[in-house]
Design a protein around this ligand. Structure first.
Ligand code: 4AD
Ligand code: MG
Length: 462
């Protein structure tokens, strides 16, 4: 008999028909005569109740039907007598696909701490919480592609292995096939990368932006959506060593177009999640964060406040607040500063623009004041920076001057500089941290809980 997904049964009104469901036992209750099994197959946060006449199957047969076991059940779908569910199945056949010995299966009870579940990340998708989070992750990924496709952007695949450092931050994972214990040396005693796989030094990308710009200079509007890697040793609830980033890049856009795009895009994907992930968001709100749904609706309904960095610093200086990190013009804002602006002063998402050039990357368009660049960061409640972006410096000479000022390695960037020589154009783009967006939409507090297999310092086992 063909399997029906549980999601298609929990809200059905078509009863008294034969169904077949397959899934994992969440709980088993009952007595000597009747057993109630809550079965979940991952298609929904909800379980379907299977009612089992113990005498029909025998106590011995039903013994291994414990939490975590996997079953195939056929039977009659009927309107439920009990509370909390519309439908239940009166079991007629049960096949046990796999048992889960209660003596060793780690997910016995409900209500394990998120910290404990992180230690068994290979099993945690089977919990209600992580099922909800990973379904939402899917819905948001889909919404992102949907948004850009509707707007006429092309999905442009940028490389994961690169020879350049897009952000100039130097925190990269090296990629090599050289024998790290005995690398070949040049006559001067340095490692001879000409013998490495690619003939020069390579690393995992920190951003697809530079290659994305090449795409925008040909296709007009492109976006990337892929993993990025940063070897920063920042053990915070908002940083991962491997995270997914969405980077649109658009020819002929200036910073205002860029802000409008970022705002419309975030509103679209959050509204999509509210609509298509409703049950999961409601579950997370109930379990972890009663204000979650209001916060999501607030983003959709309100215009983001736009301020310059200089205005932001003035607000922080006048706030009378003692911050852990001092505030002055030129400082790189910490999340406590960003959150003060968003949560306490503006009470609204904020787009901060025109940052000092010294705290931003080399590629940003330089303002006439000689001090600031056309940067824009989108700051969200609870999260701080969720998007970083800018209008790009399209002028070859200005870009070269900046690269020299920063002592950057031109040999690995000549191809990027060529875009400014051959048909350069004003353009802009930004990067959205996918897991930061997920933190916001799920109400989770720790970024390790919104990616199936988090990579953080000292943690890449499974
Ligand atoms: O601000 P960032 O470093 O900007 C860039 O990489 C640009 N190339 C983007 C562009 O203009 N195309 O990173 C962009 C976003 C941040 O706002 C943040 O949401 C996220 O990426 N992010 C991280 N997320 C998780 N873990 C980390 N270590 C992150 N670093 C940045
Ligand atoms: Mg940034």
């Amino acid at each position: 008999m063909k399997r029906t997904k549980i999601v298609d049964l929990v809200h059905t009104a078509e009863f008294d028909r034969q169904v077949c469901v397959k899934g994992w036992v969440r709980t088993r209750r009952g007595n000597k005569n009747v057993a109630f099994i809550a079965l979940n197959d991952g298609s929904t946060i909800h379980t379907i109740q299977v009612v089992v006449d113990v005498a029909r199957f025998g106590e011995e047969f039903l013994k291994p039907v414990t939490t975590g076991a996997c079953l195939c059940v056929t039977g009659l779908l009927v309107a439920s007598q009990g509370q909390g569910q519309a439908a239940e199945i009166q079991a007629e056949t049960i096949e046990i696909y796999g048992t889960a010995d209660p003596a060793v299966y780690p997910l016995q009870k409900k209500g394990h701490s998120l910290e404990f579940l992180r230690e068994i990340a290979y099993l945690r998708p089977r919990t209600n919480t992580f099922g909800a989070i990973f379904r939402l992750r899917h819905h948001l990924a889909y919404a992102i592609h949907d948004y850009f496709n509707r707007q006429g952007f092309y999905y442009f695949h940028t490389p994961l292995i690169t020879g350049s450092d897009a952000e100039g931050a130097g925190s990269m994972f090296q990629v090599t096939t050289l024998d790290v214990a005995h690398p070949p040396k040049t006559e001067e005693g340095r490692i001879d990368y000409s013998q490495d796989f690619f003939g020069h030094m390579t690393n995992l990308t920190v951003s697809g932006q530079l290659e994305g710009e090449l795409g925008a200079m040909a296709l007009g509007g492109v976006y990337t959506f892929g993993p990025t890697f940063r070897a920063e040793n920042s053990n915070t609830p908002r940083h991962l060593a491997e995270f997914w980033m969405i980077e649109p890049e658009i020819a002929f856009n200036d910073i205002h177009d860029n802000m409008n795009l970022a705002e419309a895009f975030l509103k679209y994907v959050i509204a999509y999640a509210l609509k298509h992930g409703k049950d999961d968001i409601e579950f997370l709100a109930k379990m972890y964060d009663p204000e979650l749904i209001d916060r999501l609706n607030f983003i959709i309904d309100n215009r983001f406040v736009r301020l310059t960095y200089t205005e932001g610093i003035e607000i922080l200086e006048k706030s009378g607040r003692k911050f852990e990190f001092p505030v002055y013009w030129g400082v790189d804002l910490q999340s406590e500063h960003e959150r003060y602006l968003v949560e306490e002063h503006c009470k609204c998402p904020v787009i901060l623009t025109d940052y000092p050039k010294d705290i931003k990357a080399f590629y940003m368009k330089q303002n006439d004041d000689g001090k600031t660049v056309r940067a824009m960061d989108v700051l969200f409640p609870k999260i701080g920076e969720i998007i970083g972006g800018s209008e790009r410096e399209a002028d070859y000479d200005k870009l070269m001057t900046r690269i020299h000022e920063l002592n950057m390695d031109i040999d690995s960037l000549w191809w990027y500089l060529d875009t400014r020589k051959f048909g350069t154009a004003p353009h802009a783009g930004f990067g959205l941290g996918f897991e930061r967006l997920l933190l916001f939409v799920t109400g989770m507090q720790n970024i390790r809980d919104v990616i199936p297999f988090p990579r953080t310092p000292k943690n890449a086992e499974f």
